[in-house]
Design a protein around this ligand. Structure first.
Ligand SMILES: [Zn+2]
Length: 134
């Protein structure tokens, strides 16, 4: 499933709540996502996220702005950062607030962080807040 399709599926579950736009990561009311994609981005959002560039992954950076998402598997973890998270807090449950961090493994742009959130949702690691679950 593409990121745009995942976003549409989420929007259908959250007609009256905000969902992150898969292109610009702004919060958009679920019912308005299709119109937002067509009007603001001139298409269906299929060109959402680029692939990560080579060499930039797993850099440790001292960043004091933005939000991070920490993916844990047992004791192993990857900290993924974006300078702005969009409406993450109001969109999802299944996460916990973590402490401020200075060390980050990977920085994504806003649209890539949205793509990651939607993929985690599809895998069952995040659930839409206040709604019908998956
Ligand atoms: Zn947008």
């Amino acid at each position: 499933m593409t990121t745009a399709n995942r976003a549409r599926r989420l929007a259908a579950l959250r007609i009256d709540a905000q969902v992150p736009c898969p292109v610009c990561a702004e919060g958009v009311k679920g019912a308005n996502l299709d119109r937002h994609l067509a009007k603001v981005h001139g298409g269906d959002g299929a060109v959402a996220a680029g692939t990560s560039g080579s060499g930039e992954s797993y850099e440790s950076v001292d960043v004091r702005v933005g939000s991070y998402l920490q993916l844990c598997s047992g004791r192993r973890r990857i900290t993924v950062h974006a300078r702005a998270a969009g409406p993450f807090r109001t969109t999802w449950t299944g996460w916990e607030q973590g402490p401020r961090r200075r060390s980050l493994d990977l920085t994504l742009d806003r649209a890539e962080l949205v793509a990651l959130q939607l993929a985690l949702w599809e895998l069952g690691h995040l659930a839409p807040a206040g709604g019908a679950g998956r």
